[in-house]
Design a protein around this ligand. Structure first.
Ligand code: GLU
Length: 298
């Protein structure tokens, strides 16, 4: 297999059952990989060890296999690689790009400035512990107070600007027809985002960029709900010297009220649809994909 063989992945978090939205996502990547003669990997994003379960991993794999999706072995499980994400965070820390933050969600909500929300609708970090004196930081850590590590977004942007020598930060978007488009990335809209969480030993953003790189992912296919996250991913890739995959953000499947499907929406889980006698071909049709192997319009 040549170095230029495209590598795709589907990376579910096993914190619930897969639903129609996941079917669209997994099939979009799988179909594209096949069409391009590429490889297809499954990655289990189980950094949230409280909410991710073995039972969900097993049922998600069963659903994917039922859809006709095949993937390479071994399957990477993020919970087995925490030290690798920690190493990436240590690198950012050594560059003086991270600071500990002890604030709770309530502290942040109480201090938030009106009108400042990130693309996910969460308050932009209001800087509470950004300039905490080093002695107080050390004291609180010594007392065992839990903390997250946040990115100095201002410093990160400066460093990236210097590395890119004035070229704007961007990512390459691709579509099913093979068209590629340069998209501007604006990570600043996330503010001082969390890179290492309090409750889990990594953040989604850091683990995803580290794993896309070490698995040699060349093409990321995922939903539009992660469109703005790509800006952060590009920023992190430049900061820790990781290659940039190309990205395809597909449309989302919504419920009748136009909301994104939630893992808790029982009637749209693949397991319940399967039990009700629906076939994989019908699932394809339900999510707006054409038959396996033919060109689709996602
Ligand atoms: N694990 C993420 C999710 O289930 C997707 C990660 C990605 O595709 O980058 O939403």
């Amino acid at each position: 297999m040549s170095a230029s063989t495209p590598v795709f992945r589907f990376a579910p978090s096993p914190n619930g059952e897969l639903h129609l939205g996941h079917a669209l996502s997994a099939l979009t990547g799988f179909d594209m990989a096949r069409r391009l003669g590429g490889r297809f990997l499954l990655r289990i994003e189980d950094i949230d060890t409280q909410r991710c379960t073995e039972a969900n991993i097993a049922s998600q794999m069963e659903d994917l296999a039922w859809l006709g999706i095949t993937w390479e072995q071994p399957v990477l499980r993020q919970s087995q690689h925490f030290s690798i994400y920690r190493k990436a965070a240590e690198r950012l820390r050594a560059m003086d790009l991270l600071y500990p933050c002890f604030a709770t969600r309530q502290d942040i909500a109480a201090a938030k400035r009106p009108g400042t929300v990130d693309p996910d609708g969460a308050p932009i970090y209001p800087g509470l512990h950004k300039f905490m004196p080093a002695a107080e930081v050390e004291d609180r850590i010594a007392r065992g107070e839990p903390f997250a590590l946040r990115l100095h977004m201002d410093r990160a942007l400066e460093l990236v600007a210097a590395r890119l020598e004035g070229k704007p930060l961007a990512f390459t978007a691709f579509d099913g027809a093979g068209t590629e488009t340069a998209m501007p990335a604006r990570p600043e809209r996330w503010g001082d985002t969390i890179v290492m969480r309090k409750d889990t030993p990594a953040s989604y953003h850091l683990s995803v960029v580290v794993d896309d790189a070490r698995q040699g992912i060349s093409h990321v296919t995922r939903g539009m709900d992660l469109f703005a996250a790509t800006d952060l991913h590009r920023l992190l890739q430049v900061l820790v010297d990781l290659p940039a995959p190309k990205y395809h953000h597909h449309r989302l499947i919504t419920d009748v009220e136009g909301r994104k499907l939630a893992k808790s929406a029982r009637d749209t889980t693949l397991a319940s649809l399967r039990q009700s006698g629906i076939t994989p071909a019908e699932i394809r049709a339900m999510v707006g994909l054409s038959e396996a192997g033919s060109t689709h319009k996602a």
